[in-house]
Design a protein around this ligand. Structure first.
Ligand code: PMP
Length: 357
């Protein structure tokens, strides 16, 4: 088996150990004579798998007891609507911070439900400081994206929002380093980066925010429905849930978020140091706000982009093209991308620059 180094922004690299375990268990899960995806989601076997996954995630993130962990569907994009539907709680206004393409999409969707007040907006290459936030006292919540996947922009602090619940789209940075969940009213994250395959979206929401959905909210979009039914009001994507559970176990075996956070910071630091030290490459993001998960970069001559992508692929370095909306390159270096992948990328980039610079 040869596994290339995969820098895809999502669906992203999964740990090889996890894939091998899933392969081994594929046709006959734990001597039951069937695969996990052929089992009833209500069977005691699957319910145990699902509950273990939740337990492991709670442990990894040290989720306080007064938060529900929900395994939802519809991707992070559905949360752009479910957040206002569930969290406006009779109020008319919400604060949003605009730092990139994903917070922009969240804002566009929220405008269908409430007055959106922009607490801050940037050029998509930096995050506002706490002092720059213009928060409304009468906002139902404050929404932001702590790690903008496309721009590679990361908040280097958790906004202080007083009594107003803070809501974070953590899709591309969840589980990448330790996080104080108690600072948030709600966290959500599409699975296909640091959690598992696409199909799941994890929602972590404080109990007191539940049960006040907008009239007319579909049962499937009401967090209370999911909370009351162990996230199994309907048939959940069982295989994705099972695989997410394997990823959580893998992460625990790596030493949890603290240990992986150290590796992640080291991976990012060496890649940025290389980019900054080489005139052929550039990253436009403010130093304090550089993502440790998504590293966009440009070549000094963009007519070489196609050659860079072709040669990197030949070298076993996959999916380095930037998002279609911005072009350039992007290396997503999530938890399952080993440090050796970053080392190989840096070697390739140095070699490419020497040959073409
Ligand atoms: N938010 C962020 C920060 C993302 O990176 C993405 C996907 N790349 C989304 C939302 C949308 O996620 P999905 O495709 O699961 O709806």
């Amino acid at each position: 088996m040869t596994r290339a180094y995969n820098f895809c922004a999502g669906p992203a690299a999964l740990p090889t150990d996890v894939l091998q375990q899933a392969q081994q268990e594929m046709a006959d899960w734990h001597d039951k004579g069937l695969s996990i995806m052929e089992m009833s989601h209500r069977s005691k076997e699957f319910v145990a798998v699902a509950e273990q996954a939740e337990q492991d995630l709670r442990e990894l993130m040290q989720v306080p007891d007064n938060y529900k962990v929900l395994f939802m569907q519809g991707g992070a994009s559905s949360q752009f609507s479910m957040v206002p539907m569930n969290l406006l709680r009779g109020q008319a206004k919400a604060d949003y911070i605009l730092t990139g393409q994903w917070s922009k999409k969240a804002i566009a969707e929220a405008k269908r439900y409430c007055d959106v007040h922009l607490a801050a907006s940037t050029d998509f290459a930096s995050a506002p400081t706490q002092a720059e936030l213009e928060l409304s006292a009468d906002a139902a919540y404050v929404h932001y994206c702590p790690n903008e996947t496309i721009g590679g922009v990361r908040f280097d602090y958790i906004p202080e929002t007083g009594a107003v619940p803070l809501v974070a789209d953590y899709s591309s940075a969840i589980l990448s380093e330790p996080l104080d969940v108690s600072r948030f009213g709600m966290i959500y994250a599409g699975a296909q980066k640091n959690i598992g395959p696409a199909g799941l979206c994890v929602v972590i929401v404080r109990d007191d925010l539940l049960g006040q959905a907008l009239p007319g909210t579909p049962a499937m979009f009401d967090y209370q429905t999911a909370a009351n039914n162990g996230s199994m009001y309907n048939t959940p994507p069982t295989y994705s849930w099972y695989l997410a559970g394997l990823v959580f176990q893998w992460l625990k075996a790596q030493g949890g978020v603290e240990a992986i956070g150290e590796v992640n910071r080291r991976k990012a630091a060496k890649l940025y140091a290389f980019i900054d030290g080489n005139d052929f490459y550039a990253n436009p993001v403010a130093l304090a706000n550089r993502s440790i998960m998504n590293v966009p970069f440009t070549l000094a001559d963009d007519s070489l982009d196609a050659a860079f992508l072709q040669q990197s692929e030949q070298a076993g370095l996959l999916n380095l093209a930037g998002h279609r909306s911005v072009g350039g390159m992007r290396a997503s270096i999530y938890n399952a991308v080993p440090e050796a992948a970053v080392d190989a990328l840096i070697d390739f980039m140095g070699d490419f620059a020497r040959r073409h610079g």
